[in-house]
Design a protein around this ligand. Structure first.
Ligand SMILES: NC(=O)c1ccc[n+]([C@@H]2O[C@H](COP(=O)([O-])OP(=O)(O)OC[C@H]3O[C@@H](n4cnc5c(N)ncnc54)[C@H](O)[C@@H]3O)[C@@H](O)[C@H]2O)c1
Length: 286
């Protein structure tokens, strides 16, 4: 494992799921942690988001690894709030070396049926929220002439996903943002890369609408979700991915082991990206 002793990492969406896993993996590698999460629900996400109690539990877990940690309840839609979190982090730790912009929501809806509010909230959190987070952290990294940024996109950052146009558009956008950040921040010795997870075992896809989608119709079950996930991977025995597998790539990209890597979109997907595609809805006659 890379050695991140003396580094400070800010992670959004850190209260649970992949963000929690990234915070713990970065702490295990030696980094102090700034853990950011909204800790309340949003109107258009059809499942509950993380709670304050979950964020507090992550604080305890990081501390038990012997690392220092700041927890902040903050919405990635709130630029002023993000700037405050960054100021607090720099005041406490002196610097921020790593940013993992991971916070996000998922929702379903056909493109001609989703509302303005559903479209806007998705883009506001999953794309503009990532830009706002990068914007808040970059000035301190520019001052330091050092930094590593990892953005969370998805396999939906480079492929379609039926019935989730707003999510797909946002995740494609994250890759554009990552590539431009890589060229604009390179002159300041700041790297920017993205991870593109396949289907990961988190609460984001553990609710009735997700079961139905995986079952191909109403009445889906948690077992349908688990079974369907095997079809997402080219590798034997890989269904729902463990968040820790994404964290290992995040730690690598964040560390000096990846010192010459920037502008890369790294799939962590069990080979999903190379599976042959097929039309999920073939119609023989109009
Ligand atoms: N689970 C998957 O299959 C999968 C696959 C590919 C990509 N992703 C992406 O991975 C990232 C992490 O998702 P996860 O799977 O851990 O799901 P999750 O729902 O468990 O975690 C998302 C976290 O983001 C937080 N969050 C949501 N909106 C926020 C906001 N406005 N401000 C601050 N925090 C906010 C939530 O409270 C939650 O803690 C997301 O960007 C997601 O789109 C997930």
């Amino acid at each position: 494992m890379p050695d991140l002793t003396g580094h400070v990492a800010l992670i959004t969406g850190a209260a649970r799921g992949q963000g929690r896993s990234h915070a713990l993996a970065l702490a295990e590698a030696g980094a102090d942690i700034i853990a950011v999460d909204l800790c309340r629900d949003v109107a258009t996400a059809p499942y509950p988001l993380a709670t304050r109690a979950e964020l507090d539990a992550v604080v305890k877990e990081v501390e038990s690894l012997g690392r220092r940690v700041i927890a902040a309840e903050c919405d990635v839609r709130d630029s002023a709030g993000l700037a405050e979190v960054v100021s607090r982090g720099v005041a406490e730790f002196g610097h921020i070396d790593i940013l993992v912009a991971n916070a996000g929501i998922w929702a379903l809806g056909r493109l001609w049926e989703i509302t303005e509010e559903q479209w806007q909230e998705m883009l506001d959190i999953n794309l503009t929220g990532v830009w706002r987070t990068v914007k808040a952290v970059v000035p301190t990294m520019i001052e330091q002439k050092r930094g590593s940024i990892v953005l969370t996109s998805s396999v939906n950052g480079f492929e379609a996903g039926a019935g989730m146009t707003h999510y797909v558009a946002a995740k494609h956008g994250v890759l554009g943002l990552m590539r431009n950040a890589a060229i604009e921040l390179g002159p300041y010795n700041i790297r920017c890369n993205a991870v593109c997870p396949g289907i990961v075992d988190t609460k984001m896809n553990d609710w009735q609408g997700a079961y139905d989608m995986m079952a191909g119709g109403p009445g889906g079950t948690p077992q349908d979700r688990r079974d369907n996930a095997y079809g997402w991977s080219a590798l034997a025995g890989r269904g729902l991915l463990d968040p820790a597998t994404v964290s290992r790539s995040v730690v690598f990209l964040a560390s000096d082991d990846a010192r010459d890597i920037t502008g890369v979109a790294l799939p962590v997907d069990g080979g999903h990206a190379v599976l042959p595609g097929s039309n999920p809805n073939p119609i023989r006659e109009l």
